[in-house]
Design a protein around this ligand. Structure first.
Ligand code: SF4
Ligand code: SF4
Length: 273
């Protein structure tokens, strides 16, 4: 199954019925049915979360979105990353993201796209180092959205921050505004793009939280790869659902959000940093 919304242009921008290119443009239709579907989705999340055990770290499924269903505003998708389980030198998450979304190193490290990267952080007090993945933090109060002059940079109701490639003019204001250096500008013509992850020379891009997978009831590729082949350091889920594994862990363990002092309200939490 493609996982692409059936009511949109099928470009994978993640906007669905509200996209300017959507032939439907119908997100105001049939609200009672949408409300019912939203409720059904929330119930599904709760039921699934109740069966999640500590052994399923990272494997919590998302609530699949129906083809004509609006993004659920009750959900806030997020990540919890345990740096204590993230292997120094392991790049399983990066490789999985490249494979899933079609970006790669081209031999120009200064300008190559980086949807996710591995960082090694050193504690200046004791010299201890740890490794962690860094990507778009899917900020609730996102500076990239605030500065975008065209509205191309936007936040979905479920907290996923995206770039609409159809309206991005490549001004790169968002790159300057992002405190996490999470965005990349595409300098070169591209070939072999993934249908679910449209890219284009002259536009800006960043981690989409694998929105095409999330809308299909799956977890992001980085989380899946870390869970299946590496340290099980990444957990994806609904931060707003108190019964979800991620919400329980955020509530019960000491966690950190990077540069939370900036007030961006990131959706990515870290442990053991
Ligand atoms: Fe925007 Fe950067 Fe925050 Fe992502 S991390 S939402 S690109 S400001
Ligand atoms: Fe908006 Fe594109 Fe400019 Fe970023 S580069 S601020 S997404 S128009």
């Amino acid at each position: 199954m493609s996982g692409e919304p059936q009511d949109c242009a099928g470009c994978g921008c993640g906007i669905g019925g509200t996209c300017a290119r959507s032939p439907a443009g119908d997100d105001g239709l049939d609200e009672p049915r949408r409300a019912f579907l939203r409720g059904a989705a929330a119930t599904a999340v709760t039921t699934l979360a109740a069966g999640v055990t500590l052994y399923s770290f990272g494997a919590e499924p998302a609530a699949g979105r129906g083809p004509d269903e609006k993004v659920n505003p009750k959900v806030r998708w997020g990540l919890l990353i345990d740096a204590g389980k993230c292997g120094d030198g392991c790049t399983a998450c990066v490789t999985a993201c490249q494979t899933e979304n079609g970006w790669r190193d081209t031999g120009h490290p200064e300008t190559d796209a980086q949807w996710i990267r591995k960082l090694t952080v050193k504690n200046p007090r004791n010299g201890a180092t740890f490794s962690l993945p860094m990507m778009c933090q899917h900020c609730a109060d996102a500076p990239c959205v605030d500065v975008c002059p065209t509205g191309a940079s936007f936040k979905r109701a479920d907290g996923i921050v995206l770039v609409d490639k159809h309206t991005c003019i490549g001004c790169r204001y968002c790159m300057m505004a992002c405190p996490y250096k999470a965005r990349s500008f595409i300098h070169e013509p591209l070939a072999d793009q993934k249908p679910h992850a449209p890219r284009g020379k002259g536009t800006v891009e960043s981690c989409t939280l694998c929105v095409h997978r999330v809308d299909d009831g799956r977890i992001p590729a980085c989380v899946e790869a870390c869970n299946d082949t590496a340290g099980k350091a990444m957990l994806f889920g609904d931060l707003n659902d108190p019964s979800s594994e991620i919400a329980k862990r955020v509530a019960n363990y000491r966690t950190t959000r990077i540069r939370s002092d900036l007030g961006t309200d990131p959706g990515v939490y870290y442990r053991n940093i």
